[in-house]
Design a protein around this ligand. Structure first.
Ligand code: F6P
Length: 340
């Protein structure tokens, strides 16, 4: 059995733990594992090499991906998909694709085109449907929460407002976790349009009460009611997603303009995707890797893995990529309850 593995989309802590899990289980089963380089780019270009457990024994602790990654979309051209299908047909018995909605969406299309494929859910954004968590989210949320918490000391000392911009284009999972765990006074998510005036009111109340500082946890995809405040650049990736970024600075400027209070913005950016996976993501990654090989052994192709409660279970790729999983009502309500 020859298994190809690829990682696609933005990197995330825990990807190497998944690969390590695959290598352990594959060795036990006597399967050969091949690393496709740079996601679907490597599949199109037939760029792959064998990977062995002996050469990668300690990778589960290390962030990033030993396979490199890209946002290449094999379905962008007929030529691309033809080459990708040929690489698989000529060299492998199965493909394990580790990625978010774009990577697993393409994996699902490959599956319908006859490729024996298994999907592993990865994204720090945690926005894949039908799984409680995706690999990388827990570590990213912990990094962002620590940053939000730490910003209190400088904001308090300078009696300032600090807006902390957090990753999450369409879903505010990292922001809600970081905002709650880090004690933000205002939490702004893509799921709920916000009013700049209401944000100013919360800040005013804090200053009126003598608490002369405020921390705002703001998702990069948060949208103000005031539509003239632009939040997207014209830049798009291969899957057609706009590149976001900038709402934190825009909001900080607006608060300072309206309230006359010194306001700073901090963009956490890729720091949220860096460094070692935490304990949860190491164990989760190893389990995902082992379970992915189990699905290969069972020939349960066209399926991906999902965390449901404490268990890792197979779900159809269709159900993982059908729609984005947004922050639910119960958590959304907390942004009001803990505001101020
Ligand atoms: O999809 C994960 C993610 O980190 C998003 O939260 C963010 O908007 C995007 O990737 C950033 O992409 P890039 O690494 O291409 O700048």
């Amino acid at each position: 059995m020859k298994i190809a593995v690829l990682t696609g989309g933005g990197d995330a802590q825990g990807l190497n733990a998944v690969i390590q899990g695959i290598l352990w289980k594959a060795k036990k089963e006597g399967y050969d594992v091949y690393g496709i380089q740079r996601g679907y780019k490597g599949l199109i270009e037939a760029d792959f090499k064998p990977i062995k457990l002996e050469d990668f024994e300690e990778i589960f602790k290390v962030g990033g991906t030993i396979l490199k990654t890209s946002r290449t979309n094999p379905y962008k051209s007929k030529e691309g998909v033809k080459k990708a299908l040929t690489t698989i047909k000529n060299n492998f018995d199965a493909l394990i694709a580790i990625g978010g909605d774009d990577t697993l969406g393409a994996a699902n299309r490959l599956s319908k085109d006859g490729v024996p494929v298994i999907g592993v859910p990865k994204t720090i954004d945690n926005d894949l449907d039908n799984t409680d968590f995706t690999i990388g989210f827990q570590t990213a949320a912990a990094i962002a929460a620590e940053a939000v918490q730490n910003l209190h000391t400088t904001a308090r000392s300078h009696e300032r407002v600090v807006v902390c911009e957090i990753m999450g284009r369409h879903a505010g999972w990292i922001t809600i976790y970081a905002g709650l765990a880090g004690g933000a006074h205002v939490i702004l998510l893509p799921e709920k349009t916000f009013d700049v005036e209401s944000v100013c009111q919360v800040i005013k109340k804090r200053y009126d009460a003598g608490k002369n500082y405020a921390i705002i946890a703001c998702s990069e995809g948060a949208k103000p009611k005031q539509k003239d405040l632009v939040t997207a650049t014209a830049e798009k990736d291969e899957f057609g997603h706009i590149r976001l970024g900038g709402i934190g600075t825009i909001l900080a400027d607006e608060i300072q303009k309206r309230m006359g209070i010194t306001t700073r913005s901090v963009v956490l950016g890729h720091l949220q995707r860096c460094g070692s996976p935490n304990t949860f993501d190491r164990v989760f990654g190893l389990r995902l890797g082992v379970n992915a090989v189990k699905l290969v052994k069972e020939k349960k192709y066209g399926y991906g893995l999902s965390l449901k409660g404490l268990n890792i279970v197979p779900v159809k790729l269709d159900d993982l990529v059908d729609k984005l999983k947004l922050v639910d009502e119960e958590l959304l309500e907390l942004t009001d309850i803990f505001s101020g």
